[in-house]
Design a protein around this ligand. Structure first.
Ligand SMILES: C[S@@+](CC[C@H](N)C(=O)[O-])C[C@H]1O[C@@H](n2cnc3c(N)ncnc32)[C@H](O)[C@@H]1O
Length: 241
């Protein structure tokens, strides 16, 4: 069995079959092939439940290098582009690989480029943890240098400062109706990506800010949470006519 989680209340431990896991509630001999929902106990008799890793767990538990996209932003990418099983996807940069892993879990065939070789190494291990190493190929390299050698894709996802340079060249690398989605932490990059898509003759060019507000419900009433950050970034979409 692959890596899985041991969970109890607000505690979550990523663990590997057969290892000895040390927690603040005692030591667990991690079983080799537990069922989801199985209860395992520490040597002190404290119970944890076995859970497999799903997308949000990858965001929480993969080893971090480049700042990963948040699940809410990934959800918008999937919704706006219709990312689906058997899509051929080009992704850059890989970073932690959270977006690439989500797309791999959907059944897409993902080729992802990471400019920093040491980040690519971590991302490959993250793909194994996510169980998508057969679906997601992590290549070390600069996507702007490799692009000419690549074919066409159903979907291109970009999360790099130089995304506008890639967008400008995408006409040749998208199938008819195929989409590009650019995540930009700053509005200048979003605008440059938007303008590059228009200049490249792509259709349905659209940029949105992604804001999510959690709600607080208590005895006094209900309102958006005053904690946390609502803004994470901008998403620009376009497609080949
Ligand atoms: C913000 S992270 C991407 C996070 C990723 N979307 C995720 O969900 O985990 C950006 C990454 O892009 C890489 N990068 C920047 N420019 C690149 C390029 N031209 N080609 C490939 N990777 C690049 C950086 O090294 C960094 O690791």
């Amino acid at each position: 069995m692959r890596a899985f989680l041991l969970v109890r209340d607000d505690r979550e431990f990523l663990c590997h079959p057969g290892e000895e896991l040390h927690t603040d509630l005692g030591v667990v001999d991690v079983p080799e092939d537990p069922d989801r929902g199985q209860v395992v106990e520490t040597h002190l008799g404290e119970a944890f439940t076995v859970r497999s890793l799903r997308g949000p767990d990858l965001f929480d538990h993969l080893e971090r290098t480049g700042a990963p996209m948040m699940p809410k932003d990934i959800g918008i990418v999937v919704g706006e582009t219709g990312a689906a099983a058997d899509d051929r996807v080009l992704d850059a940069g890989t970073g932690t690989g959270v977006l690439a892993a989500y797309l791999g879990r959907l059944g897409a065939d993902v080729l992802t480029f990471e400019a920093r070789a040491e980040f690519a190494d971590v991302a490959r291990e993250n793909m194994v943890l996510a169980g998508v190493e057969d679906a997601v190929e992590v290549r070390a390299g600069d996507v702007t240098e490799e692009l000419d050698e690549l074919g066409s894709f159903d979907l291109v996802t970009l999360d790099t400062a130089d995304a506008p340079d890639v967008v400008a060249r995408l006409d040749e690398h998208l199938v008819a109706g195929g989409y590009v989605a650019v995540y930009s932490p700053f509005v200048e990059n979003a605008r440059a990506s938007h303008e590059a898509a228009e200049a490249a003759g792509l259709a349905d060019v659209d940029t949105i800010e992604t804001i999510q507000r959690a709600m607080d419900f208590d005895e006094r009433g209900s309102r958006p949470s005053t904690r946390g950050v609502g803004h994470t970034g901008y998403l620009t979409f376009a497609r080949k006519p």
